[in-house]
Design a protein around this ligand. Sequence first.
Ligand SMILES: [Zn+2]
Length: 52
Amino acid sequence: MLHCPQCGSTRIYLIAGGFTGYRYHCKACDYEGVLVVTTPTLDEEQEDGRES
Ligand SMILES: [Zn+2]
C-alpha cells in the first residue's frame, strides 16, 4: 500500500515510471514526487475509511 509522505493519504496515483524512476501524485494534498511510503498489507485494511 502506498502512502503520501506529506499527508499520509493512500490516494496515490502513479503518473510516470521507467527511465528516471517512478513519480506519484497524491489526490488528497496534490503532492507530486518520487517519494512514497509503503507499508506491508497485512491483515489491516483501513483504506475504506477515507477522511478528508
Ligand atoms: Zn498527500
